[in-house]
Design a protein around this ligand. Structure first.
Ligand code: AHR
Length: 696
């Protein structure tokens, strides 16, 4: 149960009273009752029905979910010192040199050599991802790979500073001397948990053979600051090689060192998602094939994961993000772990030998597809294979000997045309012959209709594909007009994954799109159609998932965040109401014998949660008037008179924000019902979920 303050309580009750009053004044009574035929169970609703779509767009990974605070920690950005700044009082007292050792360390070639020759202050600062979000009394773990060269061993004086230059946390870390290198392997300013980045394979990183040494320090911040910077002052006179400078908050999701931002994962966990699709999206495809997502380069020690440019760095001229790269600190192991943590089935999407067709449209000749297909086969082994297999052994070495229970996988993202069919066939043949139980998700292109869609839809159906991935970024009207989209789909054909959808308040890729209540309400109405057709539509996910308020490229998005806080949009609360009121079997909800698909501005669906013995009715009133439809409950003997309703309502243009994160959120009321009749009040522009206990 949520605990709320007295002030919130009064405010909330005032809001409920106001909307009930408004409702009573405006109520439109509808003549024909709605009928729920609770004794006529229809399609089973799969546990996977409502899920989430993660893509590293809008700084969702580095700068977002992945809690690393240092940007360009290993100097592998195109501009090796991007995000870093040198500080010196007397030019020449200190130097920083970028060195490249690609032959020795091809996946992490660059490092810096810092030389300090006088007693004058000399240092480097890192600006973080649009600053660093620092919290008062929070512990911070710093770590670095170091190779001292000559002179007195340098001491790193670490300072967190506000933009005004106030120090809000500091410590000193003495690096070992060149002579001491052989004797110890780790030095630490404060005894405590290793600050080393995320879960690692058992072996030391290939990038840092002896005499490289891992050094760590921890300290506590004295103030909260959303845009702090880390200063590293070099004390002493000498020279040292440094790489992988890292700073993590102590409190990450499940307190994992080098882990994920807890508030963001919590928002995902609260959705109880049935699945998590990762890593995208177009990021799977890459702008060209060289920039495609390759899962094997994202596992093992973080130090050995090869950084690449993020395809969204340059995608939109109106939202250029030159400092957007993929460190892969959040890689495939972490995605599987996240899925497990939040009880979601993992749904990885792999490149099928095609780069983004909106960009280069580069394809691999079909004769050269083997390495791509092998990646898919090896991924299944990584997720499910025994610890005696090559990839299963790596999973175990990273800390997870048990399998991740992978059951489905996507082949390609938003591909289209005959080239896709050729590649899908090659993947499907290889995967199905070795792993017949893995269900494959296939593209139907970027649009929900038109020639590209029709071609793939027809072809993949004739090939008996498992699951078709449909995408729709459309205006709210489209969502309302398409509530019945799946009513006439072939019940025996491939299943549908509504893999990416979001109502656009302006138009697709417009930076003016906002997460308005109008959009969220249209999605809620549309989702009644998905639920009613749960025998065909087996999975659905809003997209994209995350956006940093200072680093986004694409809007709208389900969850917005800055360096300290986060909030769910109205769309988030719609998703949450669906996923936490999923039910297990659909039952008919009819007016005049027909489903509720917009007549009188009403949309609805009903289902039964068999485990809880509850009937769940979802109703959307898109009109500007309150309605109070009569509902007859058929096919059940008795109900508990206390009926619980959760209602989302707002004016069409209203939004949530960091300052008002729950401005639009579900309000709970209890309605007392007599017999088997209900007359719920549906405020104007509202989405209501009604839960009714069935008494046996
Ligand atoms: O969700 C944003 C993008 O929209 C995805 O990367 C892509 O699949 C779609 O075009």
């Amino acid at each position: 149960m949520a605990i709320i303050s007295k002030h919130q309580y009064v405010k909330r009750n005032r809001r409920i009273s106001l909307f009930l009053l408004a409702a009573l004044l405006l109520i439109k009574t509808n003549a024909q009752p709605l009928v729920v035929e609770a004794g006529k169970p229809g399609a089973a609703i799969r546990p996977t029905m409502w899920g989430i779509f993660f893509e590293d767009i809008n700084m969702a990974a580095d700068g977002g979910l992945y809690a690393e605070l240092i940007k360009n920690r290993s100097f592998e950005f195109n501009m090796p010192l991007m995000g870093w700044k040198e500080h010196t009082t007397v030019p020449g007292d200190g130097t920083v040199l970028v060195l490249n050792r690609s032959a020795e360390s091809p996946d992490n070639p660059r490092f810096i050599r810092v030389t300090h020759t006088t007693g004058n202050p000399y240092g480097l600062s890192n600006e973080g991802f649009r600053g660093m979000g620092i919290k008062k009394d929070e512990g911070y773990h710093f770590s670095v790979w170091a190779r001292p060269r000559s002179g007195i061993p340098l001491t790193l004086h670490l300072e967190l500073q506000t933009p005004e230059g106030k120090v809000i946390g500091e410590t000193r870390l003495q690096l070992p001397s060149a002579n001491a290198m052989a004797e110890s392997t780790t030095t630490s300013a404060i005894a405590g948990p290793s600050a080393g980045p995320a879960a690692s394979a058992g072996d030391p990183p290939a990038a840092f053979p002896s005499p490289w040494q891992h050094a760590t320090a921890s300290f506590t911040a004295s103030a909260t600051e959303p845009h702090a910077q880390l200063y590293i002052w070099f004390e002493g006179q000498g020279s040292v090689d440094l790489d992988m400078l890292s700073l993590f908050p102590q409190h990450t999701w499940k307190q994992r060192p080098g882990g994920l931002r807890a508030d963001l994962v919590q928002l995902l966990a609260d959705l109880h998602p049935g699945f998590i699709r990762f890593p995208g999206g177009c990021i799977v495809e890459g702008r060209d094939l060289a920039g495609r997502y390759q899962w094997k380069k994202t596992v093992g020690r973080v130090e050995d994961r090869k950084l690449i440019i993020n395809r969204w760095n340059t995608e939109f001229a109106h939202r250029l993000t030159p400092d957007y790269f993929q460190s892969f600190g959040l890689g495939f192991y972490e995605y599987f772990q996240l899925a497990e943590d939040i009880g979601a089935q993992p749904l990885p999407i792999l490149n099928c030998g095609m780069a983004c067709q909106f960009n280069t449209a580069e394809v691999v000749p079909t004769g050269d597809l083997d390495p791509y297909i092998q990646d898919a086969l090896d991924l299944i082994e990584f997720a499910n294979g025994g610890t005696d297999t090559k990839w299963g052994a790596l999973r175990a070495a990273m800390g997870h000997p048990e399998p991740f229970h992978l059951k489905m996988m996507g082949v390609g993202n938003e591909q289209w045309g005959p080239q896709y069919v050729e590649r899908y066939l090659a993947f499907s043949k290889a995967i199905k012959s070795r792993y017949p139980d893995i269900r494959l998700v296939n593209s139907t292109g970027p649009d929900p209709n038109g020639d590209r869609f029709d071609f793939l839809n027809d072809t993949l159906r004739s090939l008996h594909a498992d699951i078709l991935d449909e995408h729709y970024y459309r205006n709210p009207e489209w969502f309302l007009q398409n509530v019945g989209r799946y009513d006439h789909y072939d019940r025996n054909g491939p299943k549908i994954f509504a893999g990416e959808y979001a109502a656009q308040s302006d138009h697709t890729v417009s930076p003016a799109n906002r997460n308005t209540w109008q959009c969220a309400m249209a999605e809620a109405a549309f989702m009644t159609g998905l639920e009613r057709n749960a025998d065909v539509v087996q999975m659905a996910s809003y997209a994209p998932l995350f956006a940093h308020v200072d680093g986004w490229q694409w809007t709208p998005d389900l969850i917005w965040f800055d360096n300290l806080g986060s909030y769910g949009t109205p769309d988030y609360y719609v998703q949450k109401l669906y996923s936490t009121n999923k039910g297990s079997v659909v039952v008919p909800l009819l007016r005049d014998g027909s489903p509720l698909e917009g007549k009188d501005s009403l949309y609805g669906s009903a289902c039964i949660d068999s485990a809880a013995h509850e009937l769940i009715i979802k109703l959307v009133n898109t009109s500007g008037q309150a309605q109070q439809p009569a509902i007859d409950l058929a096919g059940i003997r008795r109900i508990d008179p206390q009926v619980h309703c959760k209602t989302l309502t707002a004016n069409l243009e209203e939004v949530n924000s960091l300052d008002s994160p729950t401005h639009i959120h579900p309000l709970e009321t209890i309605m007392i019902c007599k017999g088997k009749k209900l007359a719920p009040t549906l405020p104007m522009h509202s989405f209501c979920v009604i839960r009714i206990k069935i008494v046996q």
